[in-house]
Design a protein around this ligand. Structure first.
Ligand SMILES: C[S@@+](CC[C@H](N)C(=O)[O-])C[C@H]1O[C@@H](n2cnc3c(N)ncnc32)[C@H](O)[C@@H]1O
Length: 229
């Protein structure tokens, strides 16, 4: 049950809550909201695109408490699937959920980036509802400011590009920036677009962190050029 807060103290309480969510080095989305099978159309596309590979190597970056990993397991029964999240409590929850499943092809790691992951390794990377910040939407912020910086976004997607095998798939859904604004995008082809009703309401910013009025960016799946997956 939420504690009762007198009306006069609510602005103060809200300010304190915001303070608690102050930027943490390397963290993007501070909220861990997730759902089982949250993006069925996107997962189905990935399963079809990777149908020729019996055990594709998958990375769920920003896996929260594991729903994404377990949704992927339904579609990729033999795939090695790795879940990474910056929040160690989320990773503990993933490990607890996987205990007893007898699935030694699942692995989890608390980390803020892909720095420790091998190069050219993954057949698909899923980074869904991670490279964004919910407070920007709530505040209708005109600048992404210190909550989300384009340079950090670019560093993250550079890491994904390095870790993907040639022909590998990168899925980016609900981001505050456009993948097409990054240098890494030159090595990818867009292969999947979201429909308007499959998009979240998160705001879009340009490379300088300025709001793109009414900005929508529908490409969500990208294939790294080269032969492979
Ligand atoms: C809204 S949840 C998304 C969960 C899941 N991908 C989904 O779409 O349902 C965002 C997650 O991203 C994680 N996250 C934020 N910044 C991160 C970073 N730098 N490295 C790894 N995980 C991060 C958060 O801890 C949180 O669990």
């Amino acid at each position: 049950m939420r504690p009762f807060i007198p009306a006069a103290l609510r602005p103060l309480a809200a300010a304190m809550r915001r303070r608690l969510r102050k930027p943490v080095a390397g963290r993007f989305q501070p909220y861990s909201f997730t759902l089982p099978d949250r993006y069925p159309w996107l997962f189905d596309f990935a399963a079809e695109a990777l149908a020729g590979k019996p055990a594709p190597r998958l990375l769920s970056f920003g896996c929260s408490r594991g729903d994404e990993v377990f949704s992927l397991r339904q579609r990729f029964p033999d795939a090695p699937i790795r879940g990474i999240d910056i929040n160690p409590a989320n990773i503990d929850a993933c490990i607890a959920r996987s205990r007893g499943l007898n699935d030694d092809r699942l692995s989890f790691q608390a980390a803020p980036d892909t720095g420790a992951e091998p190069s050219g390794h993954y057949d698909a990377i899923f980074c869904l509802a991670v490279l964004c910040h919910g407070d920007l939407t709530v505040r209708r912020a005109r600048r992404s400011g210190r909550l989300m910086r384009f340079a950090d976004f670019e560093r993250a997607v550079d890491g994904f590009s390095r870790c993907l095998a040639p022909g590998g798939l990168l899925f980016l859904h609900t981001t505050n920036f456009r993948f097409s604004d990054t240098a890494a995008a030159a090595a990818f082809d867009a292969v999947l677009e979201a429909r308007p009703d499959q998009m979240a309401t998160d705001l879009l910013y340009d490379r300088n962190g300025l709001l793109v009025p009414n900005g929508r960016y529908y490409p969500v799946g990208f294939r790294k050029r080269g032969t492979g997956a």
